[in-house]
Design a protein around this ligand. Structure first.
Ligand code: SF4
Ligand code: SF4
Length: 66
């Protein structure tokens, strides 16, 4: 489960292109997120150049984990 701070997103679509499950998609001028497809792999968090994606686990916000 992730959280996207949309106001900071530069719409590069990087997250959508790396997401292994298609849980992110650039639609119009917004990244759509489909939580039911998300496996919380954290890949999108790592590639986001604007650092607007946060991975949430067990309801707790964590930064990008390495
Ligand atoms: S955490 Fe992984 S599965 Fe979930 S949206 Fe990001 S890249 Fe896709
Ligand atoms: S990688 Fe970050 S800046 Fe790029 S489209 Fe996704 S959320 Fe927006």
């Amino acid at each position: 489960m992730i959280t996207i701070r949309h106001e900071g997103c530069i719409l590069c679509a990087g997250c959508a292109s790396v997401c292994p499950t298609g849980a992110l998609e650039l639609v119009g001028n917004k990244i759509e997120y489909y939580p039911e497809k998300c496996i919380s792999c954290g890949t999108c968090v790592k590639v986001c150049p604007a650092a607007v994606i946060t991975l949430r686990k067990e309801g707790k916000e964590t930064g990008a984990k390495k």
